[in-house]
Write a protein that binds this ligand. Sequence first.
Ligand SMILES: C[S@@+](CC[C@H](N)C(=O)[O-])C[C@H]1O[C@@H](n2cnc3c(N)ncnc32)[C@H](O)[C@@H]1O
Length: 252
Amino acid sequence: MDRSLIGDLAHTDHPIASPLDDDTVDALLRRALAGQRSVLDLGCGDGTWLLRALRLNRGLHPELHAVGVDLSGAGFERTRTAADAEGLGDRLELHVADAAMWSTDERFDVVLSIGAAHAFGGLVPAVEAAASHLQPGGRLLVGECFWEQPPNDAALGALGASADDYANLASTVEAVRSAGWEPLHAHVSSLQEWDAYEWSWTGSLTRWALEHPDDPSSAEVLTVAAEHRAAWLGGYRGTLGFVTLLLGDGGP
Ligand SMILES: C[S@@+](CC[C@H](N)C(=O)[O-])C[C@H]1O[C@@H](n2cnc3c(N)ncnc32)[C@H](O)[C@@H]1O
């Protein structure tokens, strides 16, 4: 089965493709979007962040306009259908494109990029790319991994990562500040949020495989779930952290 389809299937019960629970997502969106007119999401997954933003801002003025860009496009049709059914479709644009190359003349009040920094070559380039789409005075909401503790070989092997792929939390925040962006707020994902995300990811695939024993992809999907679960439980659980930063332009 195509990897983007497996990824979409893995997010059946947790459409946010990052270790953040529903209350956290809504709280971050409320804080970032209060009174704003436009939001762009770079590496938007299936567009769930934007659909939730539109739901939260329903009936508020000004009305929000939401644009998402993702290389995959998996789940876009489902999200557009949901937006149409809720009367929000005319305020949602989803583009299949490389977010690092995508361009528009529009400038946005808020730019999100959650868990997609790798598309830009790391956190600071992701912040710079997101900032290039912002109105003056706009806000960034950026989510990225960090090391909760120095990674051991099991964690690095499980992630296929090297120790310098991420920094600790303090250095992660300082890197963003050095690029000229000041944290206005942050959420550090709890182990409970990580567990909920990873069990949902592997559980959705496992359930699908058990319910489709005759599908030619069933064994492959079960193997992907088992390998991912082993990498999480035997590798990076408690070592890989995730922080979502609300950032304002710190000026020159
Ligand atoms: C961990 S997921 C996060 C998705 C979403 N931001 C969320 O939190 O639900 C990372 C996303 O980045 C997308 N991605 C990876 N490389 C990309 C690129 N060059 N341009 C756009 N999207 C990209 C993937 O397709 C995937 O949807």
